[in-house]
Design a protein. Structure first.
Length: 317
């Protein structure tokens, strides 16, 4: 008798089915995580996550059967074409990328797309006539999208630094006086910038970090700290405390003076990677889709909770 790992209403999920669905992910995991306790723990999590997903899919399939909602093969073809177009690929390239990244065969990937299409149709039926999207919703989504994209775009910062000369034998009062002297000097520099003087020229003249000072304060191209480019060290990243102050800047702007360790600094922004967003009007259709997707995601959580409450669900993994 084969082991049952979950019961959903009158249906069940077998251990062999779970292993089959998880197999592509387990294969990828084996290539990325060395053997031992770490891989064992990672595999266990993969099986738990996959079982949760399969329970959700079974609940949705049962709902689809009750409501007589189906997905035709041509709907799957259209969905594949849409995903490929969004990623600027052909369908064949998309299927190859899915195989490389997730280990999914074409049949497995098409089955995943079918499940997504089915879920979308069920949710659309549930909220039909109830979605109301205002212009304010679209503007808020646009502002959020621009902000999130900015946190992924590479940028070129500049710096003016004044170092606090705190000698080992100094008293706390002497160290405080040294810091206050540099703070006064950096605020005078900030006033000169406000008066229209050139950031690079002042950096060359007064910055006490010699490498960047020689280049007018230029620190080179950096990546935001959370991006893959920064985490893989393809690009340098600044400390979060500094990045947070630079992020709101537009090219040509600069921060207020602030202290970092044993120095007072002003950071400027020379340039930032171009945004794909031009105007709100140009992005309006995309924002409408984003808002609708957000509404459907919230509705999905509520709907699944309702399905679970009226369906006997038991997991045995």
């Amino acid at each position: 008798m084969e082991k049952v790992v979950a019961v959903v209403g009158d249906d069940s999920i077998l251990l062999s089915e779970l292993r089959g669905r998880a197999a592509p992910l387990i294969r990828v995991l084996a290539q990325q995580v060395p053997g031992g306790p770490q891989r064992t723990a990672a595999e266990s999590q993969v099986y738990k996550d996959m079982l949760t997903q399969m329970v959700t899919e079974m609940l949705e399939a049962q709902a689809a059967e009750r409501l007589k909602v189906t997905v035709a093969p041509e709907e799957i073809d259209r969905a594949l074409e849409n995903v490929a177009n969004q990623q600027k690929m052909t369908v064949d390239e998309l299927l190859e990328a899915a195989s490389q990244k997730s280990g999914l065969s074409e049949m497995e990937y098409r089955a995943e797309i079918r499940r997504q299409v089915l879920e979308g149709k069920l949710l659309s039926q549930r909220v039909r006539g109830r979605i109301r999207i205002t212009d304010e919703d679209l503007k808020n989504a646009f502002a959020r999208s621009v902000r999130e994209e900015r946190e992924r775009r590479e940028y070129r910062p500049s710096m003016i630094m004044l170092k606090i000369q705190a000698a080992p034998g100094n008293t706390p009062a002497q160290n405080q006086a040294a810091s206050e002297a540099k703070e006064k000097a950096i605020r005078a520099i900030h006033a000169r910038l406000d008066a229209g003087e050139s950031f690079p020229e002042i950096a060359k003249e007064l910055s006490e970090e010699p490498t960047s000072a020689a280049k007018g304060g230029d620190l080179g191209v950096h990546a935001p700290i959370k991006t893959q480019a920064a985490q893989s060290r393809k690009r340098p990243a600044l400390a979060k405390e500094i990045e947070d102050r630079i992020m709101p800047l537009e090219p040509g702007q600069y921060t207020d003076p602030f202290r970092v360790g044993d120095a007072w600094v002003i950071f400027g922004l020379q340039a930032r990677q171009q945004s794909r967003y031009t105007t709100f009007e140009a992005a309006k259709e995309e924002m409408a889709q984003r808002v609708q997707n957000d509404i459907l995601a919230r509705e999905k959580d509520s709907w699944l909770e309702e399905l679970k409450k009226r369906t006997h669900v038991e997991t045995r993994l």
